[in-house]
Design a binder for this molecule. Sequence first.
Ligand code: 13P
Ligand code: SF4
Length: 299
Amino acid sequence: MEEDVHAILELKRRRKAVILAHNYQSPEIFHGVADIVGDSLALAREAQKVDADIILMAGVHFMAETAKLMNPEKMVLIPDAEAGCSLAESILPEDVARLRQRYPGRPVVTYVNTSAAVKAMSDICCTSGNAKKVVESLGVSEVIMLPDEFLALNVAKETHVKILTWKGHCEVHERFSPEDIAALRRQYPGVTVLTHPECPPDVVEAGDFSGSTAVMADYVRENKPARVALITECSMSDNIAQASPETDFVKPCNLCPHMKRITLKNIRRSLEELQEEVIIKPEYFVSARQAVERMLAVK
Ligand code: 13P
Ligand code: SF4
């Protein structure tokens, strides 16, 4: 492991590369080799500012595509092109076209967890960190929000805007149930339960607070709960535990097999061989970038 870390640090210098890593990456990536870490929104924002020749995304494919959309002139690498996402796979551009036909005039708000081809069919993107703000920024009474049904239902509870949903789910968060949370509270009386908005609405309701991975990390840092359960991907607790030594993390977590495809070994190989390079078809590029830029302009 140490040898791979040293090799990656040297390759980063030699290639003038930066590594962006999502909060769900394994601790040795998150703490060992990443230059910038964060939630999907932070990674999209930071991708705009990167000063390097190469961006390596330690995350899943849609995140690498977003980085490429913001940096057309830079080489963007993903160590394993098969690192997908059940949400991104739940919807195709043809589905968006059908939804537009069925609900004419409603803006399409698309979660960043989608392909560039789907983003290109959208009016604006959102993440779990800004979904409510994005929906309300449009100044309309009804929107289509896709593909995450649970995120859409969770946002719908907090806004007067009517939200039409799609049937996509995150395979990591859909597996949690309110019974899991009840069992946790029985086993650890007083535990603070933080849920991710990709969880089913009854799970979010059973928790104490809900937010994106960055919002969860901020909550723990600022509130210093004695004991916390993060209802999300397993690496999250491992990654933030170091910054919050006074908090005891209980881990009723689920692994994301897509995030876990990224390893120190394939990051090293990716920087050595400059593979896999992320390419976005020119026919999608401009519209997909616009949807991301509109999201980033929402304050
Ligand atoms: P955030 O980091 O934006 O909360 O997203 C979670 C997620 O599931 C990313 O794939
Ligand atoms: Fe997709 Fe869920 Fe994995 Fe995130 S955690 S990449 S939303 S499957």
